[in-house]
Ligand binder design. Structure first.
Ligand code: CP
Ligand code: NVA
Length: 323
């Protein structure tokens, strides 16, 4: 198993399935593993705002017996107040795991490279893998399977879209992504998903036609049109993305038992209308809750077993000082 949880691409389909299985167990038995991470602290570095990620990591580590340490955007300023290397070398001596939410994806990669403790990607401009784990856990719960599901993501080809593509390719889903021209997912991400899909009987299709994507879908998924850091583009994007709004008309082209999903926060009236997000076929809050269970599985697997690494780095006591 990897030291870090940076990308769903770094794991085998079996390992991703294992995380989901552990998440299901943790959800079913909330009293289990309440001492598994006793004495361990997770530093949570946030360079962007958050509700779900902040609360679910905070509550999750406590439910496993550990402690959360919230570090706000004003405190660390990765790469500005202090280099990523220096932050990593400090924190590895003080805490047992690091969760990072930041802008450039390279920052979490660098953090993981330099820190000898597990690093978890809590969202970058490129990906949002903890979200995708909760998303596919929700699909499994509601639909009873993942393989063969048509998952239609409609909106910006952004971090959430990339992670849905990666996880779908690992788990056998048919992922469709419909974006306005110029807002397609990163071509390298699509290429990776296409290659992995061929091995897992999955598929990935990129289109500019929202109706084609939504038609016959089992899952219709959207996200904000302007992500964190893109606020200045919000007005222009609102115009461009209007034909990609998930409203009752578009949702009606999906299967009659299709479900609606959204990573949240939602901008109601923009990417989704109230009648869709508030409908009985919307599972957005179950999805949000599943962040907790999915991340507990990730923390448990990454942080429970690092005693060997701790022993390796611990110095022998200097006898002259302890006598
Ligand atoms: N979906 C999600 O990551 O929400 P937050 O930005 O509130 O953490
Ligand atoms: N694409 C959104 C996801 C928020 C959870 C953003 O990056 O702001």
């Amino acid at each position: 198993m990897q030291k870090d949880f940076l990308s769903i691409r770094d794991f085998s389909p079996q390992e991703i399935g294992y995380f989901l299985d552990v998440a299901c167990q943790l959800k079913a038995y909330p009293g289990a593993y309440t001492r598994a991470l006793k004495g361990k602290t997770l530093a949570m570095i946030f360079e962007k705002p958050s509700l779900r990620t902040r609360v679910t990591f905070d509550v999750g580590i406590q439910q496993l017996g550990g402690h959360p340490l919230y570090l706000s955007p004003a405190e660390i300023s990765l790469g500005k107040r202090e280099s990523v290397y220096d932050v990593a070398k400090n924190l590895e001596r003080m805490v047992q795991g690091i969760m990072v939410r930041t802008f450039a994806h390279d920052i979490v990669v660098d953090m993981a490279r330099h820190a000898r403790i597990p690093v978890i990607n809590g969202l970058t401009d490129y990906s949002h893998h903890c979200q995708a784990m909760a998303d596919y856990l929700t699909m499994l719960e509601v639909k009873g399977r993942i393989a063969g599901l048509k998952v239609a993501y409609i909106g910006d080809g952004n971090n959430v879209a990339h992670s849905l593509l990666f996880a779908g390719a690992q788990l056998g889903a048919d992922v469709w992504v419909a974006t306005p021209p110029g807002y397609e997912p990163d071509s390298h991400a699509v290429a990776w998903a296409a290659v992995r899909s061929a091995a897992t009987d999955a598929s990935c299709t990129i289109t500019n036609d929202p109706n084609l994507a939504a038609s016959g879908a089992d899952v219709v998924y959207t996200d904000v049109w302007a992500s964190m850091g893109q606020e200045a583009e919000a007005a222009a994007r609102r115009k461009t993305f209007q034909p990609y709004q998930v409203n009752a008309k578009l949702f009606a082209t999906a299967k009659p038992d299709a479900i609606f999903m959204h990573c949240l926060p939602a901008h109601r009236g923009d990417e989704v209308t109230d009648d869709v997000i508030d409908s009985p076929r919307s599972f957005v809050f179950q999805q949000a809750e599943n962040r907790l269970h999915a991340q507990k599985a990730i923390m448990l697997e990454l942080m429970k077993d690092n005693r060997a690494a701790e022993r390796e780095t611990a110095r022998e006591p200097r006898l002259e000082l302890v006598k």
